[in-house]
Design a protein around this ligand. Structure first.
Ligand SMILES: Nc1ncnc2c1ncn2[C@@H]1O[C@H](COP(=O)(O)OP(=O)(O)OP(=O)(O)O)[C@@H](O)[C@H]1O
Ligand SMILES: [Mg+2]
Length: 247
């Protein structure tokens, strides 16, 4: 589904050049829910920005369903970003002037989808994530957890190949975080969604199938959940303590 090969990215020029991604390699398979974890500054957000081609990189490849995204022109890439990738951000990025229903419609409107089919898809997602009752409210009138579930619905409305989420629970309390992670799990089960989620939260990550560990711009290891979520959580806590230098 997603293949990242030898991705190298630096910021700055000349003497001030700072290499942030130093040959990142990994693969995400269809239907997987994968977390990326690692210390602050290890390059996680930069990695997502390079995957979606928001930021240029020096070398390496990003293949989405076999398509080399680095070879697409700006117009083709805009279409991929709207139709093939769903984005979820830490600060929701909903449009304040639109009701929740209309916010979730936006990617469909950009795609010129007809109203009837759009209404059907949006209603189904709002019900799935238990936010249909607030569909006529504006973002300022609802909770953070509801906003983020609306953002997850928006990310899924065009049935993308995958979801990229950067700290989707970073601004939420633990109960709202749980509801958002639940939305991802439902999307995986009912829509076979493929999700790549950057997170600092071991509890959120413990619901994933796999955790990719980053450190200093490379993949430093990965953990696969074999069975019980609680065991996986404990395993993650141990590994992260070591990864963060034993703090
Ligand atoms: N636009 C930029 N210009 C220059 N340096 C940058 C830029 N964006 C990020 N960096 C640097 O690149 C490194 C990686 O940043 P990045 O935001 O990818 O880290 P991160 O793993 O997402 O961190 P966090 O967990 O704090 O979100 C950091 O050292 C950061 O200071
Ligand atoms: Mg970040």
């Amino acid at each position: 589904m997603l293949e990242v090969k030898e991705l190298v990215k630096s910021y700055g020029t000349g003497k001030n050049q700072h290499r942030v991604l130093r040959g990142v390699n990994f693969t995400i398979h269809k239907g997987e829910f994968v977390a990326v974890m690692g210390p602050s500054g290890s390059g996680k957000t930069t990695l997502l920005d390079c995957i979606s081609q928001y930021k240029p990189f020096e070398s390496g490849e990003v293949l989405l369903d076999g398509v080399d995204l680095g070879k697409l022109n700006e117009k083709e890439m805009a279409k991929v970003r709207n139709e093939k990738i769903g984005f979820v951000f830490q600060d929701f990025m909903l449009l304040d002037g639109l009701k929740i229903f209309d916010n979730v419609c936006v990617p469909q409107v950009i795609k010129h989808e007809n109203y009837k089919s759009m209404e059907k898809k949006v209603s189904k997602l709002l019900k799935m994530f238990d936010i249909d009752k607030i569909k006529s409210k504006y973002p300022a009138e609802i909770s953070g957890g509801q906003k983020q579930r609306a953002a997850v619905a928006r990310a899924l409305v065009n049935a993308p190949l995958m979801i990229l989420a950067d700290e989707p629970t970073g601004n939420l309390d633990s109960r709202s975080s749980e509801a958002v992670i639940d939305a991802f799990i439902t999307a995986k089960k009912e829509l076979e969604a493929t999700i790549l989620m950057v997170t600092h939260d071991s509890l959120s990550a413990s619901y994933c199938d796999r955790v990719i560990l980053m450190r200093d711009g490379v993949v430093n290891g990965e953990l696969v959940r074999k069975g019980d979520r609680r065991e996986f959580f404990n395993e993650l806590m141990d590994v992260l303590r070591k990864l963060n230098g034993g703090e």
